[in-house]
Design a protein around this ligand. Sequence first.
Ligand SMILES: *[C@@H]1O[C@H](CO)[C@@H](O)[C@H](O)[C@H]1NC(C)=O
Length: 211
Amino acid sequence: MKKLLIFAFIVAVVAGQCSLKCPDGYLSFKRTPTPQNSMTSLWCVKTIFPESTINVTTAKAFCAQEKAVLTTFENDDERLQLSSALSAGLAAKKMSLGQMFVDGHRLPQCQTQDRTILRASPCFDPTTGFTTDDKHTDNTFMFQNWADTEPSASFWQTDVESCIALGISQFEKRNKKLNDIQCDYDKSPANAKALDMWNVGVACGRLPEFQ
Ligand SMILES: *[C@@H]1O[C@H](CO)[C@@H](O)[C@H](O)[C@H]1NC(C)=O
């Protein structure tokens, strides 16, 4: 009886794992479960490229329509997969440069134009001045992947750059890397002609389904 129960348990576990799948149109990120990613073994990511450029509010709304959340990469393989998806999204628009929103933002206490605060701990350090909201993704690797000279904490009107985008850039040291950007704009408000700073898309993540 005991053996039978153990056997039944193993069958149930294996069958359960076999039938967990990402919905059509999603990338399947197989992950090593850790406490930092809430023990996530499979994370489903969809990149969305709307007709027009978007700000972070619109980006999050596109994810919500998918019952997903703004997400990011947690290892180099995922970074490259998201970058390829972004390149493909740009190509479909007959563009070659651009960026997409990923999860991550400056800590609330670091969203300031006060240089004293920005130069002090934890805000001064690009690995501690930012956080992410999606608990299924470990952000440790992400915060080691800033583009050259980023995060720059540039100001515009009353805001500091507090959102994050992954970009395809003409500059090797910025290509497939992260940039801190203004959350409420769809292009760089300081330089709307910089094509590499047009927000053309968003990365949305959700758990797989039993299928
Ligand atoms: C974001 O973009 C939408 C659509 O263009 C616009 O209606 C909204 O006001 C923008 N949000 C912010 C906070 O600027």
